[in-house]
Design a protein around this ligand. Structure first.
Ligand code: ZN
Length: 244
């Protein structure tokens, strides 16, 4: 039974039997993994308080061939990030980041994706109160792009005409891009300033100081349509209600 030591982020945990926990991990070296932490719910477990969602550390895993579930034998904590739980918007944003990684990360090493996750969680943790909502949107758009689902923001998806700076447009979540003002179609009307903000969010992950309901709806509808694959992402519902 090979032993693997890997840097990882705890994406999600749930109880298993009265004493153990199942963890969903994003590892840097091996992509997403599931592991059981035996005895983690016992009062004096060596894992006590360490393996919580958003925590980052070095996991030692026993990996059995042809088994989906590894066994966690040790966890050295690097960063706990429990403060994300003290604010609804930060918590919702971090939960959506983790849930999207859990569902859509490739089954192999992806250093860039791992860094976008880690830096996203740290950005949510460190954002000032007035920048939290913009940071959530920016970091989620960046993750969406890195996962391979970037929206089309340069051309009209109907006529192919470039949409330049200073033009307003519509964002059609179902087709994943912009419709120009000359083409009939569906979608959320966005001003030229909002379009510039959206382009910035998608390209850099850096949000403006404040965001409005249009930006929030565009992101949430887009994730529901293109990334959720018909599955209800609970943390996204939470985000739709919670973000200010
Ligand atoms: Zn057009």
């Amino acid at each position: 039974m090979p032993i693997v030591t890997t840097r990882c982020v705890v994406l999600q945990t749930y109880s298993y039997s009265d004493t153990s926990k199942i963890l969903r991990l994003m590892t840097r070296e091996h992509g997403p993994r599931s592991a059981i932490a035996r005895g983690a719910l016992r009062p004096r477990s060596r894992f006590g308080g360490l393996i919580e969602p958003f925590a980052e550390g070095q996991a030692t895993l026993y990996v059995r061939e042809n088994r989906d579930l590894d066994t966690l034998s040790a966890f050295e904590l690097y960063r706990e990030r429990q403060a994300l739980g003290s604010d609804l918007t930060r918590f919702a944003g971090a939960s959506v980041l983790c849930e999207l990684v859990m569902r859509l990360a490739p089954e192999h090493r992806d250093d860039h994706l791992f860094e976008v996750l880690v830096e996203g969680l740290d950005a949510l943790l460190g954002a000032s109160e007035e920048r939290v909502a913009g940071t959530v949107l920016g970091r989620l758009w960046l993750l969406v792009s890195v996962l391979g689902f970037a929206p089309h923001l340069s051309h009209c998806i109907s006529c192919g005409r470039p949409i330049s700076a200073g033009e307003s447009a519509r964002f059609d979540s179902s087709s994943g891009g912009l419709g120009c003002d000359r083409c009939a179609g569906y979608g959320e009307a966005i001003s030229s300033a909002e379009l510039e903000t959206l382009r910035l969010l998608v390209a850099t992950g850096d949000g403006p100081p404040s965001v409005n309901g249009v930006q929030r709806r565009i992101l949430i509808d887009f994730i529901r349509y293109h990334l959720a694959e018909g599955v209800r992402i609970r943390s996204l519902d939470f985000l739709a209600r919670g973000i200010r």
